[in-house]
Design a protein around this ligand. Structure first.
Ligand SMILES: NC(=O)c1ccc[n+]([C@@H]2O[C@H](COP(=O)([O-])OP(=O)(O)OC[C@H]3O[C@@H](n4cnc5c(N)ncnc54)[C@H](OP(=O)(O)O)[C@@H]3O)[C@@H](O)[C@H]2O)c1
Length: 254
């Protein structure tokens, strides 16, 4: 990567895997801009924690499912980059923001489908497109998929199909953006105990036991199992890894 001080942008950095990734990136010496959707206070706590790690940070509001807001977001981002870093570009994009809906293929409504589509596929596609000129040459993009593209747990058909689309998109971004030295990879976490899906993996003992018994390492994942993976992929040591799907699931459903 070009400039000395790296800046990462993590969508959905107020909670869960995005929060954990943002903090892990700061521990690796990167400054971090996070976005939040509704939880400004949580986002401000993450900013404080990153600053306590000795790095600069900022939080911006963004609905990653609302493509019509992206131009205004990019302008806001440009303002923050200029004010806080005296730069026009950043180095690392982590497309993380998202939510889960549990519904069988037979029962998924068009409204549920569209909300998932807007955040998990259309939003990632067009946000990345709009941010492309703002990502420095030799930068990194990490997209977030799910183990559910490899194995099947009933009730995630629409969600997993859109994450599958992200895995294909990752390869196209890597091929096209490699001309500028930008590496694009996709991390596929297994079931992780966060607020995701109403906190089911964290709070539902039956589900925890089920997943633990189908995982080689014998338990569900925690956010701490993921942030470091994402941050590591953004280091120079991992610079020859490109266009890859890296599953971090403790060996779920082998
Ligand atoms: N947890 C798992 O088991 C698991 C497994 C595989 C993949 N994933 C993927 O990992 C990513 C993060 O999940 P998580 O477990 O960290 O979930 P989480 O704890 O529920 O956190 C979700 C984050 O996304 C943000 N967000 C939600 N909807 C948004 C929207 N429309 N626009 C912008 N931001 C939005 C939230 O912002 P606010 O806090 O401001 O609302 C929050 O920061 C998602 O892409 C998910 O699909 C999760």
């Amino acid at each position: 990567m070009n400039s000395t001080q790296k800046i990462a942008l993590v969508t959905g950095g107020s909670r869960g895997l995005g929060r954990n990734s943002a903090i892990a990136l700061s521990r690796k010496g990167m400054d971090v801009i996070i976005t939040y959707h509704s939880r400004k206070e949580e986002a401000e706590k993450v900013v404080k924690e990153i600053e306590n790690n000795g790095r600069k940070a900022a939080a911006l509001q963004l609905d990653t499912g609302d493509v019509s807001s992206f131009d205004a977001f990019v302008s806001q981002l440009a303002g923050v980059l200029n004010e806080k870093w005296n730069r026009e570009q950043f180095d690392i994009l982590v497309n993380n923001a998202g939510f889960g809906i549990h519904a069988s293929v037979a029962e998924t409504t068009e409204e549920q489908f569209d909300s998932l589509m807007n955040v998990h596929f259309k939003g990632v596609f067009f946000l990345s497109q709009k941010l492309f000129p703002r990502i420095a040459d030799n930068g990194r993009v990490v997209n977030i998929s799910t183990g559910l593209t490899r194995f099947v747990i009933e009730g995630f058909g629409a969600y997993a199909a859109m994450k599958g689309a992200i895995e294909i998109l990752t390869k196209y971004m890597a091929k096209e953006w490699g001309k500028r030295g930008i590496r694009v990879n996709v991390v596929a976490p297994g079931a992780i105990a966060t607020d995701f899906g109403g906190g089911a993996v964290r709070d539902n003992d039956e589900m925890r036991d089920f997943i633990g018994s189908h995982t080689a390492l014998g338990r569900v994942g925690e956010a701490d199992d993921i942030g470091g993976v994402i941050a590591s992929l953004c280091t120079d040591e991992m610079g020859w890894v490109n266009a890859q799907r890296l599953e971090a699931s403790g060996g779920q459903s082998l």
